[in-house]
Design a binder for this molecule. Sequence first.
Ligand code: FE2
Length: 245
Amino acid sequence: MFNLFPKRTRLKDYSFLGVDLHSHLLPGIDDGAKSMADSLALIRELQQMGFRKLITTPHVMGELYPNKPETILNQYQAVRDALGAEPDVTVSLHTAAEYMLDELFGEKLDNAELLTLPGRRVLVEMSFISAPPNLEEYLFRLQAKGYLPLLAHPERYLFLRDSFHKYHGLKERGCEFQLNILSLAGYYGKHVRENAFHLLREGLIDFLGTDLHHQQHAGFLRAALEDPAIAKAVRKVEFKNSELG
Ligand SMILES: [Fe+2]
């Protein structure tokens, strides 16, 4: 039968982004990859979906995931070593971190070099219940130290949805936004999905990321490629992913 909406309404793969800047691929140090085998399988998935560079971002979160730069860099090196024995893996792997803006973040900011994405960008997240009371102070202090704050999954902070101007306020304060593809795919529910499309339409999103933790996420990332609504929304935006190398 003649198809009025041929395949081009869908995304072929994620090669239009090239670089993924948010994932949890290092084994055993957060709620992402559980083992080295798991880690290698997730890296292969992302390569097959069209990414050529991965900057993985383990959680640095209070007492739950108290990862220090050395912990992350050691585990990163272990995965790099394991990849040395996997010649079919051609995607390049790098690491930064995803910092929770909690009470312990200020101390890290004062006392240590943060692990950054290119351009001294620091990937930050906050609680899904409310913004930290000192959010503006943290953003200011990051910038005063020459970092560029990059907020992970702004669409998931539903407490901001009803005061949408606050998103604009954060952008005006120099914060970049990274949206999760999983949000567009409906992984976190209808409200997050709607908010994700809204932020895209408003032109507020700088980067798309996978936030890949496990195989179920990989399934949703593949499904997103088949969704014409996602293809239509993302084709209208010029993302900055390729600026990361
Ligand atoms: Fe994450």
